[in-house]
Design a protein around this ligand. Sequence first.
Ligand code: FAD
Ligand code: EPU
Length: 338
Amino acid sequence: MKINKNISLKSYNTFGIDVKAKFFSEIYDESQLKEILSFEEYKLLPKLILGGGSNVLLTKDFDGLVLKISIPGIEVINENDKTVIVSAGAGEIWHKLVLFCVAKNYGGIENLSLIPGTVGAAPMQNIGAYGQELKDVFDNLSGIYIENGESAVFQKDDCNFAYRDSIFKNKLKDKFIITGVSVRLRKNPILNLDYGNVKYEIGKLGYDRIGVKEVSEVISKIRQSRLPDPAVIGNAGSFFKNPEVSEEKFNQLKKNFNGIIGFKLGNGKVKVPAGWLIESCGWKGKKVGNTGSHAKQSLVLINYGNATGEEVLNLAKEIKKSVLNKFGIELKEEVNII
Ligand code: FAD
Ligand code: EPU
């Protein structure tokens, strides 16, 4: 197994932040992972688990061991007339799994098309987009505890999935390495076209028939038209989560701020798009040194080229401050700050 020393992580995070890792190893199977976790010399070092690096902001050199999870494989492991269970290695590219399923007309993850990153990181924040979340199709996952190298399987109820959240982003953060994920999909897909302008965009393309393939194509198109491509401009998608406020607070905001948007969640709370709040504070498209807020989607912070993680973090702090001052709402980071 190869262990590199003092390597740059610039090409391993989509923000393109240039920090160094003291030790770095790419992992292709569980036995390699168990072996490296058993080495005395790395036992006491901090560990950073890395997939595609599309949801991290690296703010300093990492004085420990980076484990880049590249475990491959996608296969159907079980099926009946109605459903199919597809299992994938944690290192597979998420969108490759989506394309595998779409090609076979398996329904349930087509709205999650083109989300960057790996299969193994998907449960971490219960990835979601356009009205679907991983938890809707999640069956189980397997992985290994860093402390003792023991294997474990998590069923859906064990994962505490919530909006951009799970047990892996909280109690088990940096403690448990996901090595494989299984999803349960429908052989007769039920399409979900209710989010935003999805139906309208599909209509415009004049398809004869609409199935998971067409939905996947349209979602990909919408995403490409709004979100910056990390291969071209450094970013990690939405930097903050969309905040939830009480209905009472939202009604008050509506009186004070014309045009504020909110989506009732049915539990007495309203989800307010952070992008709207940030735009209303004047940040949209604004450049601050090497960083800025994206011109088409203000929730996405970007690296114009040579930004440090600290610079991005400082911009995020300023944005948080202005949203708090204007609306009394505290934004919380979606991105993992390291
Ligand atoms: P990384 O960034 O490598 O890691 C993210 C976190 O998960 C880190 O804390 C890491 O330690 C941990 N982790 C990674 N792999 C493992 C593992 N195998 N076991 C345990 N922990 C692990 N997200 C959405 O939910 N919806 C979107 O629509 C969306 N759109 C995006 C658009 C763009 C342009 C970008 C750049 C990002 C977007 N994201 C979105 C965020 C990101 O794509 C997801 O969070 C994705 O799941 C991250 O995968 P990754 O492999 O890059 O994770
Ligand atoms: N909006 C603004 N100004 C902006 C951005 C958005 O007014 O600068 C408004 C839009 O007009 C729209 C509303 O906010 O009315 C919601 O915008 P959008 O549909 O673009 O979605 P979002 O809430 O900003 C969330 C996710 C995305 C996901 C999309 C689609 C979070 C934090 N972000 O963004 O996920 O792709 O919905 O489902 O929940 C990510 O997590 O990294 C990510 C990109």
